[in-house]
Design a protein around this ligand. Structure first.
Ligand SMILES: [Zn+2]
Length: 408
């Protein structure tokens, strides 16, 4: 089921941070009185750090640019609290493009309501002294949005027969049906616990509760996927081993990237009752997950889990709680001779993407392509990997090897 508009996600604004409140509404903007400014020019400016401002979406004619994940806080309202609660949409002011822009904006608003509930639509001027959104008629836009079926984010509903609608949307109904078979809590939102159970069910070697290297965001798959345990790495990502197993199991192309085709096949398998029978490798039982520590040695799997951190903490002489935070980083910084501030700065991967051994508070995620940290450069040199300052699996693997061999 396709969206009613062209959806572009390849530009990301740095002018964003985490929300500390639940999404409660949608705020409409326009980019000033009609002028020569192209939507591409607006997207490019809002994605520039110097702008110091952003929005979640820019809409013009039949195109939507998503430049900030709606689950994060974009800087658009000129009001801190409103930024925490609102999804900001920047609308093309040009009258000659009004009809098509309005249709697209209405479809986007319907899709957002499909995911986040019945959000009210407000003008920017509700939050601060401004003329924005100028001559946009929000009453009309709201009405138009309410007349549209959310297509891209249509939740999967069980049909009257108790069967899932095989619509390719990973909504709460599909998630619940999957959770029921896996024997985990049926909250209708996939997360680390469900992924772990799925990894076990499919006979994976790694049970880490993480779906890695995905090309689509949870919000693009449906409202049955939570933000935790899901690693979005941009379009064209290499995919995850767990998803490849799932795809083989439900009989679709095993590219490791979960999207509508895989969901549809999963829904079909759940409806047909064929999901339960997992094909085992010859010999009977499925391959057990490798423990994080075997015969006193860390498994060199590139996951920065609690076992690896405990061994590191032991080496550093700090409390072995298996969670690296300020104290562990300070001790590591002392050992490596870099600035001792207890934080790992400029990282391209989130703490949760590395493993469950990292405390997010002392970990500074600044987006993909970040410049890296001096402490990590020093660590990478020490363990013999490329010193780019960005910590990910290769660095963890080399660290595990060094810890196993007493080389740190
Ligand atoms: Zn505005």
């Amino acid at each position: 089921m396709a969206r009613a508009y062209t959806y572009i996600t390849k530009y990301t604004s740095p002018n964003q941070n985490a929300r500390n409140r639940k999404i409660a509404g949608i705020t409409a903007h326009w980019w000033g009185t009609p002028s020569g400014q192209s939507p591409e020019g607006v997207v490019s400016w809002l994605c520039d750090k110097r702008a110091g401002t952003s929005a979640h979406y820019v809409v013009s004619e039949d195109t939507v640019w998503c430049i900030v994940d709606p689950d994060r806080r974009a800087w658009h309202a000129g009001n801190s609290r409103a930024n925490h609660t609102q999804i900001g949409i920047e609308l093309d002011p040009n009258a000659s493009r009004r009809a098509s822009t309005e249709r697209t904006a209405a479809a986007l608003i319907a899709d957002l309501r499909g995911t986040y509930g019945n959000l009210p639509l407000s003008p920017h001027k509700r939050w601060t002294s401004t003329q924005c959104p100028g001559n946009w008629d929000l009453g009309r836009l709201d009405k138009l949005a309410r007349g549209k079926q959310p297509v891209a984010v249509k939740p999967s509903k069980p049909a009257g027969s108790g069967k899932l609608v095989e619509d390719g949307r990973l909504g709460t109904a599909t998630s619940k049906a999957l959770q029921k078979i896996l024997g985990v809590k049926r909250d209708g939102r996939l997360g680390p616990d469900t992924y772990k159970a799925l990894q076990k069910h499919l006979g994976g070697n790694v049970i880490d509760g993480l779906i890695e290297n995905q090309s689509y965001k949870p919000t693009e798959l449906g409202n049955g996927v939570g933000p935790h345990g899901w690693q979005f790495t941009g379009r064209g990502s290499k995919g995850s081993a767990t998803v490849r197993r799932l795809q083989r199991h439900v009989g679709v192309k095993a590219d490791g990237v979960l999207y509508e085709g895989t969901t549809k096949a999963l829904q079909k398998a759940l409806n047909a009752g064929t999901f339960r029978a997992v094909s085992r490798p010859s010999g009977g039982a499925s391959a057990p997950a490798k423990p994080a520590v075997q015969n006193g040695k860390l498994t060199e799997d590139g996951r920065l889990g609690t076992a690896t951190i405990k061994v590191l903490q032991k080496r550093l002489g700090v409390t072995q709680d298996g969670r690296a935070g300020e104290d562990t980083w300070k001790a590591l910084q002392k050992l490596l001779g870099t600035v001792v501030d207890g934080a790992v700065s400029h990282q391209s991967y989130r703490a949760t993407e590395l493993g469950n051994g990292v405390v997010p508070r002392a970990w500074r995620f600044t987006g993909r392509g970040s410049k890296g940290s001096k402490m990590v450069v020093a660590l990478q040199k020490k363990v013999g990997v490329k010193a780019d300052g960005v910590w990910f699996e290769g660095t963890t693997k080399a660290l595990q090897k060094a810890l196993n061999n007493g080389k740190l």
